[in-house]
Design a protein around this ligand. Structure first.
Ligand SMILES: [Zn+2]
Length: 239
């Protein structure tokens, strides 16, 4: 069973078909398996290196066949948003056959309570497609902030593709925002949402039409927490 403090998802409301789209959040358990592909165009990260500043490594599994250019632009968008919290992101592409890309920790143990604490100095984001519509209806992705193994955040790329066919937003931009939102959950260590900014529960069309400075970014308190948690994650050494 899923618990509210262990995972989140984003979901599209049917109402967006009429005029705008929504990304709402609830609590679900992930399912399904994914395949992977490797790419060299994203920046590589030396995970053995101790970085004396908030430079966070994201291990990315492109299991949905996202075109390299789209993935690069989405990563740039997510990097830009996370940079508002003064965190540098370094992306590392994971290999297709990695067991890590297919493992999900549903236990929902809080920090320090898990029998095998996560010692990885990077976060894992997987992008996949093909989940049935009945699974996580309308979800764009979900986060597992307390996952000790496997994937920390999952994104359903085919649903992003469907969305971008009906609203004026590019797939890279939407994918980048969803990535930043889910990574935000991981760094905040919470599935809670704010009333504004990138971590709000419901996105509407105007967020992407106008997007004035700071509108889809992190608030000051979120930035503080993210900087602290990113530093801990990067500086922690594997056992
Ligand atoms: Zn969320």
């Amino acid at each position: 069973m899923c618990t509210a403090d262990a995972r989140s998802r984003s979901r599209i409301s049917g109402a967006w078909l009429a005029f705008s789209f929504f990304l709402t959040l609830g609590w679900l358990s992930p399912s399904g398996t994914i395949s992977a592909a490797s790419r060299q165009s994203v920046a590589q990260c030396d995970l053995s290196e101790v970085v004396p500043k908030p430079c966070l490594c994201i291990r990315l599994y492109n299991l949905a066949g996202v075109p390299p250019q789209t993935l690069d632009r989405a990563a740039e968008e997510a990097t830009r948003i996370l940079a508002t919290a003064a965190v540098d992101i370094v992306w590392q592409q994971g290999p297709a056959d990695s067991p890590e890309a297919r493992a999900f920790d549903h236990t929902g143990h809080g920090k320090g309570q898990h029998p095998k604490p996560d010692t990885r100095n990077y976060l894992v984001v997987s992008i996949r497609r093909g989940d049935p519509a009945s699974a996580f209806p309308g979800a764009l992705g979900f986060a597992l902030p307390d996952a000790q193994i496997g994937v920390h955040a999952t994104i359903f790329y085919d649903r992003i593709e469907q969305l971008t066919q009906l609203v004026i937003i590019t797939a890279p931009r939407m994918l980048g925002h969803v990535m930043a939102h889910e990574i935000g959950h991981l760094l905040l260590g919470s599935t809670e949402h704010s009333s504004a900014g990138i971590m709000k529960a419901i996105w509407d069309r105007t967020d992407f039409q106008y997007d004035p400075a700071g509108r889809m970014e992190f608030n000051p308190e979120q930035r503080r927490v993210i900087r602290e948690r990113a530093s801990v994650r990067v500086l922690r050494q594997p056992e």
